[in-house]
Ligand binder design. Structure first.
Ligand SMILES: Nc1nc2c(ncn2[C@@H]2O[C@H](COP(=O)(O)OP(=O)(O)O[C@H]3O[C@H](CO)[C@@H](O)[C@H](O)[C@@H]3O)[C@@H](O)[C@H]2O)c(=O)[nH]1
Ligand SMILES: [Mg+2]
Length: 192
């Protein structure tokens, strides 16, 4: 196919908590002619997410927090039920997710299993999300969780039957893409 992208330039439109950039590049169309494109791209770094499950109890642990973007886009309450997740900052995905699980849920996991990476929304975000699953037991609960207070996090921890979570996808109570992907991964692979 040859190189179809050249002359990429980037200009920062807004640098705040994350960075919104304007990207210009030359793009060779399938027909062979070159075009000039402009795209906006939002960069808040990469992240990691994990679904905690307990096979014996048939349960999963999810977290619930207010997400203003969903609230602005028709979610009834804005309180979204999600798999635990966090931004990598300078850590490896595995170190990040073990830290986030403890901060958000209070469980300290000795081991996690990496599944795959996926771009969260490649039309608009740079973000690549690293997906994990991990088995939890009650002995792994070391603190109350709930998030980091200095970061104003206010996270509710929800332990629920795996079947109830699957039903939540059908009813719309669970409406977060990474969470649906992970629940279906457990289902397809008969892990719970
Ligand atoms: N001040 C400020 N704080 C922010 C802003 N946006 C987020 N934060 C805060 O930054 C922290 C980020 O928390 P994390 O647990 O690291 O990330 P997350 O918000 O749960 O996001 C995770 O899931 C997302 C997918 O749903 C992923 O997009 C993301 O990469 C990460 O994995 C939270 O305290 C959040 O309130 C902002 O614009 N301003
Ligand atoms: Mg988080």
């Amino acid at each position: 196919m040859g190189n179809r992208i050249k002359n990429i330039t980037e200009r920062t439109l807004h640098k705040g908590w994350a960075t919104l950039s304007e990207i210009f590049f030359d793009y060779k169309m399938s027909a062979g002619n070159w075009t000039h494109k402009r795209r906006e791209s939002y960069n808040r770094g990469d992240g990691a997410t994990i679904l905690l499950y307990n096979k014996e109890k048939g349960t999963v642990i999810l977290v619930k927090q207010f997400r203003v973007s969903a609230y602005l886009n028709q979610h009834k309450t804005g309180f979204i039920i999600e798999a635990c997740a966090g931004m990598l900052d300078d850590d490896s995905p595995e170190t990040c997710i073990i830290r986030e699980v403890e901060e958000e849920t209070g469980y300290k996991l000795p081991k996690v299993t990496k599944l795959f990476d996926a771009y969260s929304s490649p039309g608009a975000l740079t973000e690549k999300l690293h997906y994990f699953v991990g088995e939890y037991t009650s002995e792994m609960k070391v603190s109350s969780g709930g998030g980091v207070e200095t970061e104003q996090e206010d996270i509710e921890i929800i332990e629920m039957p795996f079947k109830t979570a699957l039903q939540g996808i059908e009813t719309g109570e669970i409406a977060d893409a990474k969470t649906i992907i992970l629940l279906q991964y457990l289902q397809i692979n008969n892990l719970v």
